[in-house]
Design a binder for this molecule. Structure first.
Ligand code: GCU
Length: 429
């Protein structure tokens, strides 16, 4: 279990878990442009509607992502004989603003030795440091700020050896290697520590978005953002997504990995992040969100489980200032999360839920995937291919994949098996 997620309850109190109390809601049509015209071709989608929807998410939900600044990459280790000889382990530091004394992100790569290179890869951020994803003692301990844990795996906000392999079940690295995929990961706290003051140690204090055209002085005092932040400046999810794109910059230079076959994946808050990264950066060939819930794959307007108000209150740093206007006011949102999934079209996307994870609203996650289908159809692609939510542990879908697994909020071996099968279908044709 992750240090960030051990205390995630399946059903925090005070939220709606009653389907009969879901309000009536209307979802905006992804295929109707703001001027009322119908989007009837892939070209019109790409040129006109896609940028319009991206802008809606930038303005109202995640904030604007700045243009990338100069970055550099430094390989710090390589072991061609890792995992009993079946993989090559590399560690690479991304100098996020190009200078040795600036912020860094430490990438960990496992590349299969018995597969034809360049190989396809899964890329995802981890919660507890690179050393937590496998018990391999050769992985460097994470250097970033981490939240203290009771078991001593993080003490005084620093990782200790007790955290080695602690999250291994969530990454299934041996399985990935055996199936011919590389794994690339970095700790999300390298980019921004996950707490309301984390922006002080984040790129968000250094790299500023372009001056906003949408600047409206916010009535809401900025918590979780620099004091001079505009209401549509990026939040932590935007910064984490930026980190994924910088990892992708490195993969474009890494000869052993095929940059055209990189799936971006994330769990929970990092599933929200993988969707936002995949929506913006079309280099991600597959996008996977595992139990991403509110602000991820789940529809906000349904008000089932976590709501906009709850997420903005508990995590004031995740979204942009403008998103707070929709606290208890989801009906006014000019978008919903089906449009985020639609931004990934025509690339394959996979949404996964867990039965006991009602806080994340499994049905809302399914419905968002379903309501993204018309955009896939525009590209003559079949999305989910079903009209009702499937039974437990029955994966469905062609270009949009979906399953609801039995059990709780987590990433399990079962989830990975579905993602690997999905990636095989799209990457190994
Ligand atoms: C909390 C939060 C969710 C988030 C989850 C996680 O439960 O309310 O929105 O997805 O943490 O990241 O584990």
């Amino acid at each position: 279990m992750s240090i960030m997620c051990t205390d995630v309850e399946a059903q925090p109190a005070g939220a709606n878990y009653d389907e009969s109390k879901v309000p009536q809601y209307v979802l905006p049509d992804p295929l109707t442009s703001s001027d009322g015209t119908r989007v009837d071709s892939p070209e019109r989608w790409q040129k006109r509607r896609r940028p319009e929807i991206l802008k809606l998410f930038e303005t109202h939900v995640y904030g604007r992502t700045p243009e990338p600044v100069r970055r550099r990459f430094k390989q710090t280790s390589e072991d061609k004989n890792a995992l009993g000889g079946k993989a090559t382990r590399k560690e690479v530091t991304v100098l996020l603003i190009g200078t040795d004394d600036g912020p860094t992100m430490d990438l960990l790569l496992y590349i299969p030795n018995n597969a034809k290179r360049p190989v396809p890869a899964f890329l995802g951020l981890n919660f507890a440091g690179n050393h937590s994803v496998h018990s391999d003692p050769g992985i460097a301990l994470a250097r970033c700020w981490l939240r203290d844990t009771k078991d001593g795996s993080v003490t005084n906000n620093r990782a200790t050896n007790l955290g080695r392999g602690k999250e291994a079940s969530r990454w299934q690295i041996d399985k990935l290697i055996d199936r011919g995929y590389a794994l690339v990961t970095a700790c999300y706290c390298d980019i921004e520590p996950d707490h309301a003051d984390g922006y002080k140690d984040s790129l968000r204090s250094i790299v500023c978005p372009r001056k906003s055209e949408n600047f409206v002085k916010s009535a809401i005092p900025p918590r979780g953002a620099p004091a001079d932040a505009a209401p549509d400046d990026w939040g932590a999810i935007g910064a984490w997504a930026y980190g994924l794109s910088r990892a992708m910059d490195y993969l474009e230079k890494e000869n052993d990995i095929d940059e055209k076959r990189v799936a971006v994946i994330g769990h929970s808050r990092l599933g929200k992040t993988s969707l936002w990264a995949g929506a913006q950066d079309e280099r991600f060939a597959i996008v996977i969100s595992n139990d991403s819930g509110e602000g991820g794959a789940a529809l906000s307007k349904r008000r089932f489980g976590e709501t906009v108000e709850r997420i903005n209150t508990s995590f004031p740093h995740w979204f942009c200032g403008n998103f707070k206007q929709y606290n208890d006011n989801e009906a006014q949102l000019p978008l919903d999360q089906h449009m985020l999934i639609a931004l990934i079209a025509p690339r394959p996307v996979y949404v996964a839920s867990a039965e006991e994870d009602l806080w994340a609203d499994p049905k809302g996650e399914f419905l968002a995937a379903k309501r993204a289908e018309p955009v896939y159809r525009l590209f003559a692609l079949q999305g989910l291919g079903v009209s009702e939510m499937p039974a437990l542990n029955q994966p469905v879908g062609k270009t949009i994949g979906y399953h609801i697994r039995s059990g709780k909020h987590d990433v399990t071996e079962y989830d990975w098996e579905q993602y690997l099968d999905f990636a095989d279908r799209h990457f190994k044709r």
